[in-house]
Ligand binder design. Structure first.
Ligand code: FAQ
Length: 321
């Protein structure tokens, strides 16, 4: 087969909604885009454990603590599925970690904000997991098989995360004046960063058009952002909280909410490493990597020993035969 016909075969699969699998031929740029997106997604999951992990020891009840512990563990699991999916494209886990630790790979801007009160845990579940679901449910139909399949389980768990966050916010919003204030303050601080999670406007997004053509992305950044706003504004209304956007207004003609200007300077500043917690997050990940060196060494030594024992046994069996 010529390279040209490989390309045609690939294009036909994309057009016919046939998933691309690890051993299939794929254009170099498709592979690179997937490695970039999946590894950054994986990094977001494991860095995303940090802001919530901060509250495990201070959860207000045993039930809240157990739920939060389970949620944070789920995020770690999501990272592992995603690293495995990226590995099928020919990058090693060590390379991906190195890219994260040296700042070559990104992770979601949202995790560079601090969790100041217990209400922030509610706001993360409700808004951050809510935004993640909006983005990730369509990724269950992304064109690369291992990524799509990983997303199915991830989305089931994110859905539970979103509900537990909303339930925390609902409880606080129906609680004492101080609790309601705390919930409103968390919404005020997390709203805009959550809106920014969807990435730059389509006109300023260098990757969206090609990723849509390859069916890696199923909706553009702006389409997903709008869907999220439409759904979430109603949820805020239901629990009596106010979305901190004076320009928010239902637009009958468009059938969507209009919303105010997004502070893209803030977004790019955070993406470039200058957010409130960028340094803290990266330092925590680097420390975890260094502290875990002995576990990796021990696992490797164990597997090498087993391999040597197995080879030894096979040699003995051959000699005996
Ligand atoms: N933060 O052209 P686009 C979660 C970068 S998981 C930082 O639009 P693309 C679960 C982008 O990488 C949250 N950087 O790029 C959880 C690119 O830079 P590059 C993560 C951002 O890839 C919940 C440049 O800007 N979810 O929350 C961001 O087509 C609670 C131009 O952007 C995913 O990763 C950002 N927000 O679209 C865990 C979902 N946005 O790479 C714990 C999968 C954009 O050229 C607790 N990813 N950039 O250097 C995607 O859907 C896409 O990659 C987008 C970006 C939509 C994030």
């Amino acid at each position: 087969m010529t390279v040209h016909s490989f390309q045609e075969h690939f294009d036909a699969k994309i057009d016919n909604e046939v998933m691309i699998e690890p051993r299939d031929w794929m254009p170099d740029d498709y592979r690179k885009t997937l490695i970039r997106q999946i590894s950054q997604h994986a990094h977001s999951e494991i860095v995303g454990m940090l802001p919530e992990g901060n509250w495990i020891t201070r959860a207000p009840s045993l039930r809240r603590k157990a739920v939060l512990l389970a949620k944070v563990q789920d995020e770690g699991g999501h990272g592992l599925y995603l690293y495995s999916a990226a590995e099928t494209l020919g990058i090693t886990r060590d390379e991906m970690y190195d890219q994260l630790h040296t700042g070559k790979a990104k992770y979601s801007s949202i995790f560079n904000y601090p969790t100041l009160t217990w209400a922030d845990i509610g706001a993360i579940g409700w808004l951050v997991d809510g935004a993640a679901i909006m983005n990730q449910v369509p990724l269950c139909r992304t064109s690369y098989g291992p990524y799509a399949r990983a997303m199915v389980r991830v989305c089931k768990e994110e859905s539970f995360h979103q509900r537990q966050g909303f339930e925390i916010m609902m409880t606080l919003a129906n609680g004492t004046d101080v609790q309601k204030k705390m919930a409103q303050d968390a919404l005020n601080r997390w709203w805009w960063p959550s809106i920014m999670m969807f990435g730059p406007n389509d006109a300023d997004s260098p990757h969206t058009a090609q990723s849509m053509r390859w069916r890696i992305k199923r909706f553009t950044n702006d389409e997903l952002r709008q869907k999220f706003i439409d759904v979430t504004v109603e949820q805020a209304r239901l629990i009596g909280l106010t979305v901190p956007d004076p320009d928010l207004k239902w637009n009958e003609e468009r059938g969507h909410y209009d919303f105010g200007p997004i502070n893209w300077d803030e977004f790019w500043n955070v993406v470039k490493g200058n957010g409130p917690c960028n340094k803290e997050r990266l330092d925590a990940r680097k420390k975890a990597w260094e502290d875990g060196a002995w576990v990796r060494d021990a696992a490797l030594a164990h597997s090498e020993k087993r391999k040597a024992r197995k080879e030894n046994k096979e040699v003995k069996e051959v000699k005996a035969a």
